[in-house]
Write a protein that binds this ligand. Structure first.
Ligand code: ADP
Length: 597
C-alpha cells in the first residue's frame, strides 16, 4: 500500500480582489505557533545581544579604567550571555526553517494539485517548460518572503532598542552617528531599484533556457533523427547568452553599488570616533561608553540594509505571487456540474447530436456532426488527416466541451455526468500512449491499482501483450524507461490497450491505437480484440482495412462532417474518397515501415 502524505495545511484565499499577502495569509496562519515561537525566540536572542555592548562598557569602565570590580565577573557574564544567545538563536532558526519548509510543501502541493485539475485547453495554450520553471522559482520567492519577512522585521525592531541605548549614552552623539543612515537607506533602495529589473530579466531568461532544454530532452528522438543537435545547441547558446548578459549586467550593478552601501556606515563610525574621541579626551565620556556606542552603531547598520532587502524581497515575491495566483485563478473549464449524476452500469449507447466544436477561439473543427453508436456496436471512424477524427474521440470522455449540440451516453448529456463516472465509463487509448517509469504491472494497473496479477495477465493476453511481456528480463516487474521508450511503439500501444481494458469500460475509444502494431501481430490479436469489442460500444479510429474490418460499420469523416456511413463494402462501392483515404493510409504504412514496430 502506498504511503499517504498530508494535504497542504491551508489554501490560498480565492478572493482575487485582495492583496497578495492577504491571500497568502492562511498559509502563514496554519503554522502560526511555529512562526510565533521562532519570532519570540529570535527577538529574545537579539535582546540579549543588545546587552553585550553595555556589558563591555561596564567592564572597561569598572574593571579596566578603574579597578572596582574584577574583570572575571564580566567575563563570566559575557560567556553566559553568548551561550544563551547561541542556544536561543539556534532554536529559533531551527523552528523558522522548519516552518519555511512546511510553507514550501504547502505551496508546491497547492500548485501541483491545481495543475492536475486544469483542463486540456489550458495545456494546449501553455509551454510546460516555462510553466514548471516559473512555478518553481515563484514558489521559492513567495515562501522566502512569507517565512523570513517577519524575522527580518524583528531584526529591524531591535535596532530601535539599540538606538535607545545610544541615546541614553549621549544624545548629540547618537544623532550625529545616525547622520549617514538615511543616506545608507537611500543608497540601498536605489541599488535594489536598479537591480530589480535585472533580476527579473534573469528569471525570465532562465525560464527560456528551461524551455529549450525541456524540448530538447523530451524531443530528443526528433532532434537526433534530423541530426539537428547543432541547431538545437545554437538555440540553447542563444538563450544562455541572454542569461549571461543579464548576469553580467547584474554583476556590474552590484559592483557599482556594493562599495557605497558597505562604506557609508564607516562614515558614522568616523563621526563617533571624531566627536566621541573629543568628548573622551575632554573627560565628558568614558572609554567604555564610546566602545559600546560603536558596537551599537554596528548593530544598527544591519537593519538598515535588511530593511532595503525586505522591500526588494517584497517586490519580488509580490510579482511571483501574482504569477502564481494567475495560475491558481485559472479555472478548469471542464468541471462537474453542481448536481452531477453518477453514471453506473452504463449500457453504452452513445450519441453525438448535431455537434459543432472548435478549439479555444479557433475555427469550427466539427460542424453539425451527428453519430449514434448503439450498445455493443463497433464503429470505425475513417477520414483524411485533420478531418477531426481525434477531436470526435476527445469529446466523448469530455476532454473538451462542445460549442453547440450535445454528446450523450445512455441519454445523459456528458456535461451532466460526474467526470469520474464518465471517464470510468469511457475508456480511451491514444496512438502515442504515455507510459510511466514504473513496472509493466503498475502501468497496466494504473486505472485499478488494486487489481491482482491474474486480471492483469488476462487483459494483457487480450491485448496481445502477454507474450512479449513474459519475454522481458523481469516479466511483469520490468521497469520501463521514461515514457516507455525502452519498448517499441507497438508494444507500448498493446500495454496501453491492456491498461484501459483492465478498467473494463462499457465504451471504448481506440484513437489510432493499433497503428504501430505490426500488421501480422494485429492479425494475431484480432481474436482478442473481437472479444473485447463484443460486449461494449467501440469507436475505432483506424486506417488499415484489417482494423476497419473489425467494425460493424464505417463512418467517413471529411472536413468535420460525416460524408458517408455504411459497411466497408458499401463505402468502397459508393464513395471514391473512402478508397482514396485507405490508399493513402497504405502508402503511409509503407513509408513508416518498420519504424513503429
Ligand atoms: P484527425 O484526427 O482527423 O487527423 P484532428 O481531430 O486531430 O484530426 O484535428 C482536426 C483539426 O483540429 C485540425 O485542423 C487540427 O489542427 C485541429 N486541432 C487538433 N487538436 C487541436 C488542439 N489541441 N488545439 C487546436 N487545434 C487543434
Amino acid at each position: 500500500m502506498s504511503k499517504t502524505y498530508p494535504p497542504p495545511s491551508a489554501a490560498i484565499d480565492p478572493d482575487s480582489s485582495r492583496s497578495w499577502l492577504r491571500r497568502a495569509w492562511p498559509l502563514v496562519r496554519a503554522h502560526r505557533w511555529m512562526f510565533g515561537t521562532a519570532l519570540v525566540m529570535s527577538g529574545a536572542s537579539l535582546l540579549v545581544s543588545v546587552q553585550v555592548p553595555k556589558l563591555i562598557q561596564d567592564a572597561v569602565d569598572h574593571s579596566i579604567v578603574s579597578d572596582e570590580v574584577p574583570l572575571s565577573h564580566y567575563l563570566w557574564w559575557l560567556i553566559g550571555l553568548t551561550v544563551v544567545m547561541l542556544a536561543v538563536g539556534y532554536l529559533s532558526k531551527q523552528i523558522l526553517f522548519r516552518a519555511a519548509a512546511r510553507i514550501e510543501y504547502d505551496l508546491r502541493n497547492i500548485v501541483y494539485e491545481h495543475l492536475t485539475g486544469l483542463s486540456f485547453s489550458f495545456y494546449d495554450r501553455v509551454q510546460t517548460g516555462q510553466l514548471i520553471s516559473r512555478a518553481n522559482s515563484d514558489i521559492r520567492a513567495v515562501q522566502m518572503y512569507l517565512a523570513f519577512a517577519p524575522y527580518l522585521l524583528v531584526q529591524c525592531g531591535i535596532s530601535l532598542v539599540a538606538f535607545a541605548y545610544m541615546l541614553a549614552i549621549d544624545v548629540p552623539l547618537a544623532v550625529l552617528a545616525m547622520l549617514p543612515m538615511p543616506l545608507l537607506f537611500v543608497a540601498t533602495r536605489r541599488m535594489q531599484r536598479s537591480m530589480f529589473p535585472v533580476s527579473w530579466l534573469i528569471q525570465a531568461r532562465l525560464a527560456d533556457v528551461a524551455t529549450v532544454v525541456d524540448e530538447n530532452v523530451n524531443g530528443v528522438r526528433v532532434v537526433k533523427s534530423f541530426a539537428a543537435e547543432r541547431s538545437q545547441l545554437a538555440l540553447l547558446q542563444k538563450a544562455a547568452t541572454s542569461v549571461r548578459w543579464a548576469h553580467v549586467k547584474d554583476a556590474d550593478l552590484r559592483a557599482r553599488w556594493t562599495p557605497v552601501v558597505q562604506n557609508l556606515p564607516r562614515v558614522g563610525m568616523a563621526i563617533v570616533l571624531l566627536y566621541g574621541g573629543h568628548l573622551v579626551i575632554e573627560g565628558d565620556m568614558g572609554i567604555g561608553s564610546i566602545l559600546a556606542f560603536n558596537a551599537y552603531l554596528l548593530m544598527l547598520q544591519v537593519p538598515f540594509q535588511v530593511f532595503g532587502n525586505l522591500i526588494m524581497l517584497g517586490q519580488r515575491s509580490s510579482a511571483a505571487a501574482k504569477r502564481l495566483y494567475e495560475l491558481l485563478d485559472e479555472r478548469p473549464e471542464i468541471v462537474d456540474a453542481p448536481h452531477a449524476r453518477e453514471l453506473t452500469g452504463a449500457r453504452g449507447d452513445v450519441r453525438f447530436h448535431d455537434v459543432t466544436f472548435g478549439y479555444g477561439d479557433g475555427p469550427d473543427v466539427l460542424k453539425g456532426f451527428s453519430l449514434r453508436l448503439r450498445h455493443g456496436e463497433t464503429v470505425a471512424l475513417v477520414g483524411p488527416t485533420g478531418s477531426g477524427k481525434s477531436t470526435v474521440a476527445r469529446l466523448l470522455p469530455r476532454f473538451y466541451d462542445v460549442r453547440e449540440g450535445s454528446v450523450t451516453v445512455d441519454g445523459h448529456d456528458v456535461r451532466e455526468l460526474s467526470l469520474r463516472s464518465l471517464r470510468d465509463t469511457v475508456g480511451i487509448v491514444l496512438d502515442e500512449p504515455f507510459l510511466f517509469s514504473a513496472s509493466v504491472r503498475d502501468n497496466i494497473a494504473y486505472g485499478r491499482p488494486d487489481a491482482d496479477i491474474t486480471d492483469i495477465e488476462r487483459v494483457a493476453r487480450l491485448a496481445g501483450a502477454h507474450e512479449f511481456i513474459t519475454e522481458l528480463s523481469e516479466g511483469y516487474d520490468t521497469v520501463i524507461g521514461e515514457r516507455g521508450y525502452t519498448l517499441s511503439g507497438g508494444q507500448r500501444q498493446r500495454i496501453a490497450i491492456a491498461r484501459t481494458l483492465l478498467v473494463n469500460p462499457p465504451v471504448l475509444v481506440l484513437d489510432d491505437a493499433t497503428s504501430a502494431i505490426d500488421v501480422q501481430v494485429e492479425q494475431e490479436i484480432h481474436a482478442g480484440l473481437r472479444t473485447l469489442f463484443a460486449d461494449r460500444t467501440t469507436l475505432i479510429i483506424a486506417h488499415r482495412p484489417s482494423t476497419i474490418g473489425l467494425a460493424d460499420r464505417v463512418v467517413l469523416l471529411d472536413g468535420g462532417r460525416i460524408v458517408a456511413d455504411g459497411t466497408h463494402q458499401e463505402l468502397l462501392a459508393s464513395t471514391p474518397l473512402y478508397a482514396d483515404v485507405l490508399a493513402q493510409a497504405d502508402e503511409q504504412v509503407e513509408e513508416v515501415g518498420s519504424v513503429g514496430r
